[in-house]
Write a protein that binds this ligand. Structure first.
Ligand SMILES: [Zn+2]
Length: 427
């Protein structure tokens, strides 16, 4: 009996069928690829689309796990790079893994460390972020590039990098990254990749992509020690259409139970949308997709419409620590003098702990007094806002009101967004 030629052309490399993950799609948006689903993982079920809260150092900055859970969070993200450097993956393993260590009993995803090796190396050398955002005070030309130390060295086997903590030298390979993530014990782990910069040209990005693909196959081979972790592939290729297509086709042909969309997402939001339009239709529809490091409201709608199921972003907590608070009419800066006598909540009708109990005037006072409660209350509100915005988008997909909800929400949100307030903080 002749084999199905479509199966012959897809070398479905790696473990299939026995991964601890199941994903079911409950509803689809008409005419586009957006969907609402349920993702079942060893530590619980995630209703998608969902926003993961970022817990870089095995903590959601300033909040307890009960508070994080209480604001509606279903899943969190930990960083392999940071936990490898401190306290060390073997230490976390001694405590029974990341769930026990940080007392979070829900699903966790760990990233591979590739993005941190990139962001703390190349980005510091060149002053660029995930979407070509230039660090404050630096121009588009790499400043004093020759005078800066080379922080990362990439070869075909792996990456040698300098610790941002103490300057010591370390090396990640695909096998080492998978080993670290197996020690940490998250529900979802991610293949180790080379994360290119928006400043890299086509030729370099193509070479890096080929390396990322060879590393992805090595990660599949290394992914054997535990049967309670799902390994996600990570689609790269920068802002180049041919490379994104090549990467999506590479990953679609392999048995990763889910995918991340990673790397440089171009110079602006239009580039990000184009990258999703090229990539997502090629990836297997029945597997979940996670867009790494994106979390601005307008980006969430655009990505969900195109078929993204999972998000993570440091923006809600990072903005909160700087006093920038989300509201339905755009972000406000709570440190402003106009809030000194304001006895209303950050947002009328918000059900978060902060808005139920505290005034804008009190929060402004806490920020100016340098009190840590300011950071906690602001983080609670911002995370509540974003986690529940994504939940509301999910509900709108299920009840068929997505387009109306999107148009109404974005009209108010973007109209209230003052100049200079709309930029992305990604990573
Ligand atoms: Zn609130």
């Amino acid at each position: 009996m002749a084999a199905d030629p479509s199966e012959q052309s897809l070398p479905n490399i790696g473990r299939g069928g026995d991964v601890p993950l199941s994903f079911s799609i409950e509803a689809r948006l008409p005419g586009v690829d957006g969907r609402a689903g349920t993702l079942a993982l060893p530590h619980g079920t995630v209703e998608t689309p969902a926003f993961m809260v970022v817990g870089t150092q095995a903590t959601i900055k300033s909040l307890t796990p009960a508070e994080v859970r209480g604001l509606g969070t279903q899943m969190i993200l930990g960083n392999a790079y940071h936990l490898y450097l401190r306290p060390g993956a073997a230490i976390v393993e001694e405590f029974g893994g990341l769930h026990n260590f940080m007392s979070w009993d829900g699903p966790i995803l760990t990233d591979s460390g590739g993005f941190q090796v990139f962001s703390l190396g190349f980005a510091l050398e060149h002053g660029v972020g995930k979407i070509a955002k230039i660090f404050p005070g630096e121009g588009t030309q790499a400043p004093k590039r020759a005078q800066r130390p080379k922080l990362t060295r990439i070869d075909d086997e792996g990456v040698t990098f300098t610790s941002h903590l103490d300057g010591s030298t370390h090396r990640f390979t695909p096998e080492i990254s998978i080993g670290i993530q197996q020690q940490l014990g998250a529900d979802v782990i991610v293949a180790f990749d080379e994360c290119t910069s928006p400043l890299h040209d086509h030729a370099y990005t193509a070479r890096a992509l080929d390396r990322t693909h060879r590393w992805a196959d090595r990660c599949l081979t290394a992914w054997t020690r535990r049967d309670d972790q799902a390994l996600f592939g990570i689609v790269q290729g920068g802002a180049y259409q041919d490379l994104r297509l090549r990467s999506a086709e590479f990953f679609a042909a392999r048995s990763f139970p889910g995918y991340c969309i990673g790397g440089s997402l171009g110079k602006d939001k239009a580039d990000m949308r184009a990258i999703l339009d090229w990539t997502l239709p090629i990836l297997p529809d029945e597997r979940p997709r996670h867009l790494l490091g994106i979390g601005e409201p307008e980006d969430l709608f655009a990505a969900i419409e195109r078929g993204i199921d999972l998000f993570d972003c440091v923006a809600p907590t990072r903005l909160a620590r700087h006093g920038a608070l989300y509201t339905a009419t755009g972000r406000l800066q709570i440190k402003g003098a106009r809030y000194t006598r304001d006895q209303g909540p950050i947002e009328q009708g918000c059900e978060c702990y902060t808005c139920q109990r505290f005034s804008r005037g009190y929060l402004r006072h806490l920020f100016h007094a340098g009190e840590t409660l300011a950071l906690r209350l602001a983080s609670l509100h911002n995370l509540h806002f974003i986690v529940n915005l994504v939940r509301d988008i999910r509900v709108s997909i299920l009840d068929g009101t997505f387009a109306t909800f999107r148009d109404t929400f974005l009209a108010r949100y973007l109209a209230g967004q003052g100049p200079g307030q709309g930029g992305s903080i990604s990573g």
